[in-house]
Design a protein around this ligand. Sequence first.
Ligand code: FE2
Length: 279
Amino acid sequence: MTDNSTSLQPLTGSVGVSLSGIDLTTDITAAEADALRSALFNHCVLILRGQLLEPDDHMRLAEVFGEPFLPWYYAKNSLEGFPKIAIVPNFGKAKAPAEAWHTDWSHMSTPPAVSVARAHVLPETGGDTMFSNQYVAYERLSDGMKEFLAGRRAKFVGSRPKAVQKMAGTSDTLPKAEREPVINHHPLARVHPGTGRTALYLNRPGEAMVAIEGMTEAESLPILRFLYEQSSTPDNVYRHQWQPGDVICWDNRCAMHYGVHDYGDAERTLHRITVGGAE
Ligand SMILES: [Fe+2]
């Protein structure tokens, strides 16, 4: 129990927790906000079930974790009247950017802190989301590897999606700076401000995370691939089967996630708010 009204149920031995006893369609008390933050920061993924939220309720919940943020190039994919709520549809199996272990938007100067997604339309079967605990991924490394990682930053790369570029015209008409890949460097091992624990910060090696600062890509990639592969072994993963009314909060500072695309062209739409990021 976190206080008199809420209760926590861990979902695996390593990652994820379900919190019940909060009605998110009304104001969130200070004690409830503390319980939500504590549950998320400590367990990396927080599941809230049976929450039939309106967009205003979704915004109120997200604001518990920080300032909502949506880059300009996603604005056309936002919910009418709610420019910070992104509509995430089924892009199709061939364009399933989430079907790999990843963290969202790691190329940004300040990558997102927390994502808050709710089910809008779910396929009849499939469409699970998996999560891994990056505190655990760090803690089980050897002392030698932890020493190697101390203070080391990696080069993270991203590009604004081509389809989104088209919203502003063809990519040729965009300013040059908007067409070029976005590059930022971040520590591979970061201290979470809410818990003081160190977590690995990773993304897809050779694509979104390409080198360790001061080293060549050829030198870096075996290390980056090792860190990435060992971080999401089955004993460090929670797999969520979405149900109507589910809200999932994940902490990009201590979790990676993976969208399983086993639902073909069936409709699957989430509404997602991202907090704490900056380009
Ligand atoms: Fe994602």
